[in-house]
Every structure is written in structure tokens, then in C-alpha cells.
Write a new protein. Structure first.
Length: 218
């Protein structure tokens, strides 16, 4: 592809549920964090629904009666269990690595906007050995959690592009919502945490069923 013909200059990807097949792992770890703190264990669907939010925001939404101290215990339990009892990298969805490599070679700027912590994303990068694919990233603990669009605004500023020159790719309402708030085009994926019907409410460019389909829309 000729870079002069690119519809978008900056591609911004969510991580969990969009690039990485980690929804089940995250939901299981959140359920275990509830058990460890003697709280009602959320259903799988309840735990999966908060994927994409920052960890503290996710815990507060799942356990609305928890005070700040309990939220801290929940997030600590989650992080510890995720790192130690559920170790190892999650798999990528089909075609993700191949397509990302092709997009980078074609001249796109590739970035990540995620609800993970910086430490968590750095571990994922290192375990997967693909951090050199991305030009930049933003994590929930170093900016505002989704659906606040601050992380998108920061990436736009970093690359000196306007919102209409970027595309947000994600699997949750939080991804679609934050992009819509700053009039950034958005592309949903149907295979992650939230059903395609939920994503369609935010008027995405499209909602794809396989990551390789992204090439049709950029």
C-alpha cells in the first residue's frame, strides 16, 4: 500500500479482547479476587462486562458497595492472582500479528490504548515479544480510564494528527464511547467482551468478525 493513500494515519488498538484473547482469563481472575475477599462472586458475564475499564474503576463497578480500602484489596488480589496463579501470556486472536506487521510495514503509526496498567502492558509486550510493533501506548493508570477520551487525546497530540485521521479499534462500549466523544472514527470487533449489538449503538465504521478484515476499512 502507498502511504499517501492511507485513509488514516494513526491506528489505535485496545489490547484485551481486541488483539489479545484474554477475556476468559480476566473474568476468571476477577472472580477469584472476589472469592479471596469474601465477596459475592460475579458471574462470568458480569466480570467480562467491565473489561476495558481501569482496574480500580472495574472493581468499583462490579462491587458498588466496596469502600476505597476494599477496592484496593480487590485490585491487589486480582493483580497478584493474574501474575502468579495465571502466569504466561494470553494468545493473540487469529491473524493479529501478521496484520499488525503488514500495517506497520505499510507506514501506519500503530498504538495501544488499554485499561491495563503500565506494568501489565509492559509484561504483555515482553512476554509476547511484540513491543517493537507499536510506536506508542497509553494505559489506564497513567491517564484517565475509558470511556474518558483523554488517552486518545494524548495520542493525537503525540503524533500531531487530528481525530478524523485516527481510527480506534476495540471490542467494548468503552472503546466506542471514548472515540465517539472526540469524534474519532471507530471500528468494533465482534469477538471480544461486548456483543456487536452493543457496539453498533456508537455508530462505528463497521464491526468486524475477524481481525484480518480491518484492511477493508483503512
Amino acid at each position: 500500500m502507498n502511504s499517501m493513500k492511507h485513509k488514516y494515519k494513526l491506528l489505535i488498538f485496545d489490547w484485551d479482547g481486541t488483539l489479545c484473547d484474554s477475556v476468559s482469563r480476566i473474568a476468571h481472575c476477577m472472580q477469584e479476587a472476589a472469592r479471596l475477599n469474601n465477596l459475592r462472586v460475579p458471574t462470568f458475564d458480569e466480570a467480562a462486562d467491565i473489561i476495558g475499564l481501569g482496574l480500580r474503576e472495574a472493581a468499583s463497578r462490579l462491587f458498588p458497595d466496596a469502600d476505597e480500602q476494599m477496592v484496593g484489596k480487590i485490585t491487589a488480589s486480582y493483580s497478584e492472582y493474574y501474575r502468579t496463579k495465571n502466569a504466561g501470556p494470553s494468545d493473540f486472536f487469529p491473524y493479529v500479528i501478521e496484520v499488525l506487521n503488514r500495517l506497520k510495514q505499510s507506514g501506519y503509526q500503530l498504538t495501544v490504548a488499554t485499561g491495563k496498567s503500565r506494568a501489565g502492558l509492559n509484561r504483555a509486550f515482553k512476554a509476547s515479544n511484540i513491543d517493537d510493533l507499536f510506536h506508542d501506548s497509553r494505559c489506564a493508570d497513567e491517564t484517565a480510564s475509558k470511556p474518558d477520551p483523554l488517552m486518545l487525546a494524548e495520542l493525537l497530540e503525540a503524533f500531531n494528527v487530528t481525530a478524523d485521521q485516527a481510527l480506534m479499534v476495540g471490542d467494548t462500549e468503552y472503546d466506542m464511547d471514548m472515540a465517539q466523544r472526540i469524534n474519532m472514527p471507530r471500528l468494533g470487533v465482534s469477538y471480544g467482551a461486548h456483543h456487536a449489538d452493543r457496539l453498533s449503538k456508537y455508530n462505528p465504521v463497521a464491526c468486524i468478525d475477524c481481525f484480518s478484515e480491518i484492511r477493508k476499512y483503512i
